[in-house]
Design a protein around this ligand. Structure first.
Ligand SMILES: NC(=O)c1ccc[n+]([C@@H]2O[C@H](COP(=O)([O-])OP(=O)(O)OC[C@H]3O[C@@H](n4cnc5c(N)ncnc54)[C@H](O)[C@@H]3O)[C@@H](O)[C@H]2O)c1
Length: 358
């Protein structure tokens, strides 16, 4: 199942390919033999996966703002993709507080623009639209959110993604339900960690930056639990979902959660401690302050639907996720980063085969 031969020679449009998750997905799709067309803004980090791996040389690399419907439509019409993965977004909660209008414009209307371009391009057979676990109205429940739970969002980032989900659902029901139309799904996953993320205000990049500069790490919410996952876990879910959408569009169109198992939910404190132990140096300081902007305390995803209907299941144990991530940061400065990413994807696929079968 994880071999995914369906992508061989498929034309795949990938938005957000210059970002953290998108660059990993571009490398994986390239390994699967897909013809990848990327659409995004310039990469923000010179040590990120996109720049360091130089994957841009192996794929078609468009720079385009998804707020520009005319340009998006032109690229999609020129390229005639069969599959679309939409990952481009303003993905940060704190940036959402600083730039709420831009966040809504990119995340909500940008998603509408991609859907509109798909609607006008009959070559597209499947679309996976990536949102987030934060699209749910967070009720601080101790149990996980199901795909059928209401959308919501307190802060602008979460609300922009909840609103994107409503747009996706509306487009699916209004324009993509007839036979022969593209099958559209949305994918919700939790906080992702992995090599090559350098975003501000994210935990792992903060740990690495603190270790590189020998500063103590300042932690705002040490006891907040998050559904941490290695980046390759949700990406395997997006790929599997797209392959199923191609096979049986009616059955798989809809919303899907891709989170860790309930036993694999860890606090910020546990992630930081595990990382520092692996790195063998560094320390952290608790700077919790009730005056900080609101951030959701507890957030878990219910993943039974993906397990039972898609045959997807998380593969990595907590220590393996930390080890893979730390190994990337240990090697990126001196090694061949494309090869490093390909090795980690191959390693993940082997673990998938041995634990999830085929
Ligand atoms: N990283 C996480 O922990 C996490 C968790 C849940 C969901 N997500 C979602 O996954 C997706 C990818 O996140 P990421 O962590 O890789 O983010 P990232 O910031 O590393 O990458 C974002 C990508 O979007 C592109 N982009 C941003 N604004 C754009 C615009 N106006 N026009 C065109 N392209 C634009 C950037 O150029 C980049 O390629 C996002 O949709 C995000 O909301 C991420």
């Amino acid at each position: 199942m994880i071999d995914l031969p369906v992508f061989q020679h498929k034309k795949v449009l990938l938005t957000g390919h210059t970002g953290f998750k998108g660059a990993w997905l571009a490398i994986w799709l390239d390994m699967l033999g897909a013809e990848v067309v990327g659409l995004a803004l310039d990469p923000l980090h010179e040590d990120g996966v996109f720049a360091k791996s130089q994957i841009g040389k192996r794929i078609k690399d468009y720079r385009c703002d998804i707020r520009d419907l005319g340009k998006v439509r032109e690229i999609v019409a020129d390229e005639q993709p069969e599959v679309v993965f939409h990952l481009a977004a303003q993905p940060l909660v704190l940036e959402g507080y600083a730039q709420p209008l831009d966040t809504f414009a990119v995340n909500t209307m940008g998603t509408a623009n991609i859907l509109e371009a798909i609607r006008q391009t009959p070559s597209v057979r499947a679309g996976v639209m990536v949102t987030t676990d934060k699209c749910y109205e967070n009720k601080e429940w101790v149990f996980g959110y199901r795909e059928s739970d209401p959308m919501g969002g307190h802060d602008p980032y979460s609300a922009s993604k909840g609103a994107a989900e409503l747009v996706i659902s509306s487009y699916r029901r209004s324009f993509f339900s007839a036979p022969g139309k593209a099958a559209i799904a949305s994918a919700r996953s939790g906080n992702v960690i992995g090599g090559g993320d350098w975003a501000d205000f994210r935990l792992v990049p903060d740990v690495i930056r603190a270790a590189q500069t020998n500063q103590p790490l300042e932690v705002r919410y040490p006891d907040a639990t998050r559904p941490w996952q290695h980046v390759l876990e949700p990406l395997s879910g997006y790929l599997l979902l797209a392959s199923k959408l191609l096979e049986e569009p009616n059955r798989y169109a809809g919303a899907w959660n891709f989170g860790p198992l309930p036993t694999q939910v860890y606090s910020v404190r546990q992630v930081v401690d595990a990382f520092l132990q692996y790195l063998g140096k560094g320390e952290w300081r608790d700077i919790s302050d009730p005056a900080h902007h609101h951030e959701a305390g507890l957030l878990m995803l219910e993943i039974s639907k993906a397990i039972h209907e898609l045959g997807w299941k998380p593969v990595l144990q907590f220590q393996e996720m930390i080890q893979l991530t730390a190994a990337w940061y240990a090697r990126y400065a001196t090694g061949d980063v494309l090869q490093l990413c390909q090795e980690q994807i191959a390693q993940y696929r082997e673990l998938w085969r041995s634990r999830n079968g085929n």
